[in-house]
Every structure is written in structure tokens, then in C-alpha cells.
Design a protein around this ligand. Structure first.
Ligand code: PMP
Length: 445
């Protein structure tokens, strides 16, 4: 009966394909855009044909891998730089430098935009992220620093290190206290409407006396270090609340039943989720969380950690799975914005995510990154749990392309040193890549 099911599915698929593939190849838009930043956003929603046909429910992915920097993070990087310029924390062509701690995508986006906007950038990342990202960063002219993955409480953890480097950069002497970077945690960006502009960032307070027109100018004329801080920076959330969210609403004519997303910084699910909830609070907002992340527990049980699960392990800030970019073990400003609007969560295994990524290549010709695959597994599980089968619409984010992760699920860095250092690498070497796992998820109940 399984063969029969597959045959009927293939037949249905061909009928659907005929209906949907009569579109001539044309430009995404016929307007002329200004520079590389003009290419960011306004991405299409793509119907995932194999999954949609098998489920009878429309599974639509926001094709963020089409952004010029190759991921959803272009939107965030652009918004963070725009806001920093607007708040007077950065001025182009002054030798200023943007610092960020990232597992990669945000770094690539910052590097792409930094060049177009007249900045240098330093990207600090853990040394176990996919090699492709490092190559891309170097090709874009970024300075890359790789550190041993460490717990968030360590000074040498990559986000902490980026903060420190930014604080030191451009300080001409110890009396220059105006650098907008400090060790202050969980900051916010505030703007006052008084005579002076008060900016509180991840750093400290910068006060420009508006009575003295030279004060801001003088501050900005020196090369400055700016710590972008995607985890805590509200611009991250704003990029999605004002951009991706409204785009999805427009593209679906407000008719969607669920939105599914993972969370790394939390900006995507917070911004899009809040926008959609503001329009229709009945749309279900669902978190797809990889194993090892504390968010699933937080959503389901109100606490991040189950004692038993974490006993004896050193808690890492980014979750150590094949799936890159989503899952986190601490709360951030952007996660805080997301938690109130998340209705449900699924925990997705590495094997499920990797299998989904192979399944999509085999059936749809879509080579997506592991976090996109993770999101799509959650979409299938959601549809099954809800018992949906007729024309409902589930939207998710296709964060980046598989080409950025190619080396990781297929060729885990399995060296003697890595094996000695961390037995996670051994586990990663044995991830099954079995499209059957997805076929099983798709079987009618
Ligand atoms: N997918 C990938 C590949 C990512 O790099 C990230 C960001 N770390 C995400 C998903 C998650 O997005 P967000 O940070 O907005 O939660």
C-alpha cells in the first residue's frame, strides 16, 4: 500500500506541476534598484510541491536564500547599519569598523553591506561552523577571527569577544569614554527628543550636545568601532516586523493558518510572529527547535533546562548540532519579544533535518540549508498534529541555501583532534541521511 500511495502521489504531483510551472522566466521585478542593498528583501514565497501535494496543505517557504548575501540576515544587517547611522553611531568612510559575533550568515550579510556603505568589518565566529562561510567572508574582504566554541560566560566566547574588540577599537586614549560599546548586558536603543541625543547601545551612553554642533561631528569624525549585537539589538526584530512580516501578509492576502520558524537570535520569529498576530491572532505561531536547544522546553514547560538533560555538560551558547543558526540556550532581548506569541513548538532531530534536506533535493530540486530543512520538518509535524488535510496554508522561512552548509552534514570534520576534544564530532559523523524518514512523516495517519 505504501507503493500505491507513492504512485498516486506522483500522479497528483505531475498534475499539480503542470498547473504551476507555466510561468515564463522573467526578472523578479522590472524596476532598477540602487546598489546591492536594493536587492535585499521582497523575496518570493515558493510552494514546496512535494510536501504540499503529499499533505494536501499548502507549504510555502519565504525564499530568503535569494537575498544578495544569501540569507535572511541581509535584512537584519541592513537595518542594524541603517539604525546605527541614523542614531549617529556610524558614519561612512571614516575608517569605522563593524564588529559582530556570529555563526556566519549575519557576518556574510554585514560584510556585503559594509563594503557598499564604506565600513570595514571584523567577524568573530566559533571554529566549528561550516568552512564555506569562512571562505565567503574572506572573499568579501572581512577580517575573520575564529575562536574555540566556549560557553557564553567565557570572555573568549565569540559574541563577548566581538563586544570587547569593538569597545577597544578607535579609542585613541583612555580618556575617550565616548565609544558606544561597553560590557553592559541586555541593552536597548533609545532616542530622546531633548536638546541632546542620548543613545544607549550595547555599550554605554553617548551624549551629543546639540547646542554644540561640533560635538556629534567630532565624535563621528574619528574611526569608531560598532558592535552590531544581533542577539540584543532591537533593529533585528524591526527588520522582520516592518519587512518580512508585512511581505508574507501581502503575499498570502492575509490567508495563512500557521507560521513556522526556528530561532537563533529570535529576531525572525519575534518580528514576523508579532506582525502576523497583530493582524490575526488566530494564526498559529510555531517554533522549530533543534535538539539540544533550551527553547523547546521554555515554550512547552516554562523552563529552559531539564536538570537531567544538562547534567555534566558544559552549556554552550549556540547549540551543537548539524543544524546551524537556530537553537539557543539563553534568553536574549529578541527571544524575549518572541516568547509571548509562540503557540507551539517541535523538537527536531539532526537526522530528521538532514533527511528532509536530502528529500527536497530528490523531489523538488531545492538544496536548502539545515535550518530551512528543520523548519519544513516542523511544518509537516504541525500539519499532522492539527489533522489538517484540505487547503490550509503554512508559511515558513527558507533561511539560506544548502551550499553554505555543504561540508557539514556530508563531511563532518572528523579529525583525531576534534574527536579527542569533543565527542559531538563522532556523533555528527553518523547522522543517517535517509529520505525514508520524511516519507514516514508524510504517510497518512
Ligand atoms: N537560519 C540560519 C541559517 C541562521 O543563520 C539564523 C540566524 N542565526 C537563523 C536561521 C535564525 O534566525 P534568527 O536569528 O532571526 O532567529
Amino acid at each position: 500500500s505504501f507503493t500505491l500511495y507513492i504512485q498516486s502521489r506522483r500522479r497528483r504531483q505531475r498534475r499539480f506541476a503542470a498547473k504551476f510551472e507555466q510561468r515564463p522566466i522573467e526578472l523578479r521585478s522590472d524596476e532598477i534598484v540602487s546598489g546591492v542593498t536594493g536587492l535585499i528583501g521582497n523575496t518570493p514565497l515558493v510552494r514546496i510541491n512535494s510536501l504540499s501535494d503529499a499533505l494536501g496543505v499548502e507549504i510555502l517557504g519565504k525564499a530568503e536564500f535569494l537575498n544578495p548575501g544569501g540569507s535572511v540576515k541581509d535584512r537584519v544587517a541592513l537595518r542594524m547599519i541603517d539604525d546605527a547611522e541614523r542614531l549617529g553611531l556610524l558614519r561612512p568612510y571614516t575608517g569605522s569598523r563593524i564588529f559582530e559575533g556570529t555563526v556566519g550568515s549575519t557576518g556574510i550579510s554585514i560584510a556585503t553591506i559594509a563594503r557598499a556603505r564604506g565600513y570595514d568589518c571584523t567577524i568573530i565566529m566559533p571554529d566549528d561552523v561550516a568552512e564555506e562561510k569562512v571562505k565567503a567572508l574572506k572573499a568579501l574582504g572581512a577580517d575573520v577571527e575564529r575562536v574555540r566554541p566556549a560557553s557564553i560566560v567565557d570572555k573568549k566566547q565569540y559574541v563577548n569577544l566581538a563586544r570587547q574588540r569593538a569597545a577597544k577599537f578607535g579609542r585613541l586614549d583612555s580618556t575617550d569614554k565616548s565609544s558606544p560599546n561597553s560590557k553592559k548586558k541586555r541593552p536597548n536603543i533609545i532616542e530622546s527628543n531633548s536638546a541632546s541625543v542620548l543613545v544607549t547601545t550595547t555599550a554605554s551612553r553617548v551624549e551629543f550636545d546639540m547646542e554644540d554642533p561640533h560635538s556629534k561631528d567630532e565624535y563621528l569624525s574619528k574611526p569608531r568601532g560598532y558592535f552590531a549585537d544581533q542577539f540584543e539589538n532591537r533593529s533585528n526584530y524591526e527588520a522582520h516586523y516592518n519587512g518580512t512580516g508585512p511581505e508574507i501578509w501581502r503575499q498570502t492576502n492575509g490567508r495563512l493558518d500557521a507560521f513556522v520558524s526556528g530561532a537563533g537570535t529570535g529576531g525572525t520569529i519575534a518580528g514576523i510572529g508579532q506582525y502576523i498576530k497583530s493582524k490575526n491572532e488566530n494564526v498559529v505561531i510555531v517554533l522549530s527547535d533543534p535538539e539540544g536547544s533550551g527553547l523547546y522546553n521554555k515554550v512547552k514547560h516554562g523552563v529552559m533546562f531539564d536538570r537531567k538533560e544538562t547534567e555534566g555538560t558544559k552549556r554552550r551558547h549556540q547549540v551543537d548540532t548539524v543544524v546551524e543558526g537556530i537553537g539557543i540556550n539563553r534568553l536574549t532581548n529578541n527571544i524575549d519579544l518572541a516568547l509571548p506569541i509562540i503557540d507551539d513548538a517541535f523538537r527536531i532531530t539532526d537526522a530528521e533535518a538532514v533527511s528532509m534536506s536530502r528529500y527536497l533535493v530528490k523531489n523538488d530540486g531545492l538544496f536548502l540549508g539545515s535550518s530551512s530543512a528543520c523548519n519544513l520538518v516542523a511544518c509537516v509535524k504541525l500539519v499532522r498534529r492539527m489533522g489538517w488535510a484540505e487547503g490550509q496554508k503554512v508559511v515558513t522561512i527558507l533561511c539560506d541555501s544548502g551550499s553554505r552548509h555543504y561540508s557539514k552534514p556530508l563531511l563532518p570534520r572528523f579529525t583525531l583532534m576534534s574527536a579527542l576534544r569533543n565527542d559531538e564530532y563522532l556523533r555528527k559523523a553518523h547522522i543517517p541521511m535517509d529520505p525514508q524518514i520524511v516519507e514516514d512523516l508524510l504517510l497518512p495517519l
